[in-house]
Design a binder for this molecule. Structure first.
Ligand SMILES: [Fe+2]
Ligand SMILES: [Fe+2]
Length: 250
């Protein structure tokens, strides 16, 4: 469903009760997308606020699914503008919502930035939002950010995987069953968005162990299929290519 004709923002349910709010941007040649995910439940959860400047657009899109003031959880993978830029605007619009991220994220950024105290999730911490149990995984530097983490919805086996598998382009389906690694490797070739950490392979194997059936990427299509296989392929690819400078500056 298109929610704004001017920006081309759209909302699509990519797994049961998980709505991808996508706004295309022209920030790189060929375009780019920024996705927030709204998880419907007794205590609705928003994963990624989108940029502060996009707040009215994201708000409008959420309003097509549910009243924004019902939001109880507002989180994100790591502290950057596309993940948390509109946090304070959303905290004001949803007075009962709690911001969350990793413990390190709270310590380094969110408790300074946010208008209300945030909840720092420990690695492996689970919490209920009604009918779903969400589980937080701390994934430092994967793909980037000391504070980085991802969120797993056990009921739909959806991994809200943040910037993992970032795909360039503005015109793509909300959800695809075609692998997204080739596209995300194209993006990594253009601008190397991965930290070259020593523990990356271990972290990705841990996520593969969840056997996700949907990878809810923040940039590009969500992927439906064998998430474990794709995460392992990513780990292999990174293992082979680590240390290689991005093509743009080679
Ligand atoms: Fe990022
Ligand atoms: Fe991002």
């Amino acid at each position: 469903m298109i929610t704004n004709n001017e920006t081309g923002t759209r909302v699509d349910e990519v797994a049961r009760g998980i709505h991808r709010i996508c706004t295309p941007l022209d920030v790189i040649p060929g375009g780019f997308t920024v996705n927030s995910y709204l998880v419907a439940d007794d205590e609705p959860l928003l994963f990624h606020t989108g940029y502060r400047k996009l707040f009215p657009i994201t708000l409008e899109a959420i309003g097509k699914v549910m009243p924004v003031e019902k939001l109880r959880w507002i989180g994100g993978s790591h502290f950057e503008g596309d993940e948390f830029g509109a946090l304070n605007e959303f905290l004001a619009a949803a007075p009962e919502a709690t911001a969350f991220c990793s413990e390190i994220g709270v310590l380094t950024s969110i408790n300074d930035f946010a208008a209300r105290p945030a909840r720092g999730m420990g690695d492996g911490e689970e919490f209920s939002i009604g009918s779903r149990r969400m589980k937080w995984f701390y994934t430092p530097h994967v793909p980037h950010g000391w504070d980085c983490g991802v969120l797993f919805d056990e009921s739909t086996r959806t991994l809200l995987c943040g910037d993992l598998f970032t795909q360039p382009g503005a015109k793509m389906p909300p959800v695809t069953q075609s692998e997204v690694l080739t596209a995300s490797e194209g993006m990594r070739g253009m601008m190397d968005y991965y930290a070259h950490a020593t523990s990356t392979a271990i972290t990705l194997e841990r996520l593969a162990g969840l056997r996700p059936s949907t990878l809810a990427c923040q940039h590009g299509s969500a992927y439906r299929g064998d998430g474990a296989a794709l995460l392992r392929e990513l780990a292999d690819t990174l293992g082979r290519g680590n240390g290689k400078p991005p093509a743009a500056i080679a």
